[in-house]
Design a protein around this ligand. Structure first.
Ligand SMILES: *[C@@H]1O[C@H](CO)[C@@H](O)[C@H](O)[C@H]1NC(C)=O
Ligand SMILES: *[C@@H]1O[C@H](CO)[C@@H](O)[C@H](O)[C@H]1NC(C)=O
Ligand SMILES: *[C@@H]1O[C@H](CO)[C@@H](O)[C@H](O)[C@H]1NC(C)=O
Ligand SMILES: *[C@@H]1O[C@H](CO)[C@@H](O)[C@H](O)[C@H]1NC(C)=O
Length: 419
């Protein structure tokens, strides 16, 4: 671009087109500024009078590039900052809740209880490059959620994240008995939905199992099982009126049945004899996106989507001896990050970018890729039940651990709306 000095010496016709350009830009900004001020409407009963910033739009998939930052190294507020561009730093202070202290961590993620004793993986904090993200203050977050419902929707990795948030919030309570599962459910794997109520805040933090987001189909009478790519999961009735929804869907599209795609994917009455998981994922995500655009009221509900989180199996896959035990430090050299191109990620990002509803994208893919040290590995089961044949878990995350950092960024994004 021309420096300000050159600007004054431009031939008139260029100056005119520049003015036109700026007028258009201004118009665009004004129109854009009319987007519902989600956060202020959602979290302040009376909309704030300061509708100046575009902060609430900052992290839309369409808007936030990677490290698109100004190049300024000065730390500033989180507004306009790409929170997902950063690095992991060692922080001696304790994790968000002491290892082994939280009853909401299910056994498969409870590495400390299961005997993992290296604890550095609980002491790494995510440090964005261009700003300082606030630490999650449980009480403040609960206050934000007062009278509201927050629902995590997706697969077991979202359950992982949901358990992490429950623990972070619970840890801030004086009386830890003031939160409980609404219908007394205990085993966090068995059921398709859970609702934890924080009674002093009249709010609930829930999980709804829906690994594909679209509807698995069990045609009655026949044994054949298909996946309806053109129908939103029935679970949607449970969460569509929530105030905050955090979606994910990823790993299940890489499993055997989905990736082979033989007589598995269905649209209407038609069962595709063969469909690639990429094509199926695009169709499913498009079904989901249309549903969100039609059924979610953006003035009421904030919609997040959490991006793909890498697994770190080496020497095989989950069912063929893949392992990650003995990993105690994250990847430090960017060259060792996953080089594999994952088509699912670009499909997801292109679908999000086309949506009318402003979806806040938790772009955790890269930050998570560093954390080969954060998985349960053999510590997914207690010492007594381990054998050399024990399948290792290099997909989910120990708690406390990596999902706590995702929740801190979720908090930072919600917090912006309070301004
Ligand atoms: C609006 O912003 C100004 C300056 O940033 C601040 O002093 C004032 O309290 C704000 N008003 C509201 C209603 O938030
Ligand atoms: C998400 O982050 C990755 C890596 O930092 C980046 O390449 C990608 O463009 C980001 N996606 C969006 C939609 O911002
Ligand atoms: C944990 O990290 C700190 C700081 O990097 C290091 O000094 C210490 O040796 C590490 N501990 C273990 C057990 O790896
Ligand atoms: C609790 O929140 C619900 C909305 O989720 C609201 O309808 C109800 O009035 C609230 N109850 C109290 C006691 O504030």
């Amino acid at each position: 671009m021309a420096s300000s000095k050159d600007w004054f010496h431009l031939p008139p016709f260029i100056a005119t087109s520049f003015s036109l350009f700026f007028l258009l830009l201004l118009f665009f900004l004004i129109v854009n500024g009319r987007r519902p001020q989600l956060t202020s409407l959602l979290f302040n009963p009376t909309p704030s009078k300061n509708h100046t910033s575009s902060a609430s739009n900052t992290y839309q998939a369409s808007g936030s590039g990677s490290g698109s930052g100004s190049g300024s190294s000065k730390k500033r507020g989180v507004e306009g900052c790409n929170l997902f561009d950063g690095r992991w730093v060692y922080d001696e202070s304790s994790p968000s809740y002491p290892a082994g202290s939280c009853p909401f961590v299910d056994s498969g993620f409870n590495c400390f209880r299961n005997g993992r004793r290296d604890l550095n993986y609980t002491k790494l904090r995510w440090q964005p490059t261009h700003c300082t993200a606030p630490r999650l203050e449980g009480k403040k977050m609960l206050e934000m959620l007062r009278g509201k419902r927050m629902v995590f929707v997706g697969d077991s990795l979202n359950r992982n994240m949901w358990e992490s948030l429950l623990c972070m919030l619970r840890h801030s309570l004086q009386d830890k008995d003031r939160v409980f599962e609404a219908s007394g459910k205990q085993d966090f794997k068995a059921r398709s939905s859970y609702s934890f109520r924080f009674i002093d805040y009249n709010c609930s933090v829930e999980f709804s199992w829906s690994p594909f987001l679209v509807q698995p189909w069990d045609s009655k009478g026949k044994v054949k099982e298909t996946l309806r790519l053109d129908m939103i999961d029935r679970a949607s009735t449970r969460y569509k009126d929530a105030d905050v929804i955090i979606f994910n869907s990823g790993h299940w599209w890489t499993h055997e049945k989905t990736s082979k795609g033989i007589n598995y994917y269905q649209e209407g009455d038609y069962v595709h004899p063969r469909l690639s998981s990429g094509d199926a994922y695009r169709k499913a995500m498009t079904t989901w996106a249309k549903w969100v655009d039609e059924h979610i009221d953006p003035l009421r509900t904030r919609v997040f989507f959490r991006g793909y989180a890498w697994s770190h199996f080496s020497g095989g896959q989950w069912n063929s001896g893949g392992n990650c035990d003995g990993e105690t430090v994250p990847i430090t050299d960017d060259k060792h990050l996953a080089k594999r191109y994952l088509v699912l990620i670009s499909i997801l990002e292109s679908v999000l970018a086309e949506m009318r509803t402003p979806v806040l994208y938790l772009n955790v893919t890269r930050m998570t890729d560093y954390r080969k040290d954060g998985h349960p590995s053999v510590y997914r089961v207690p010492a007594g039940r381990r054998s050399p044949e024990t399948i290792q878990d290099c997909s989910h995350w120990c708690l406390p651990g990596v999902p706590d950092a995702w929740n801190e960024l979720l908090y930072a994004m919600l917090l912006q709306g309070l301004r």
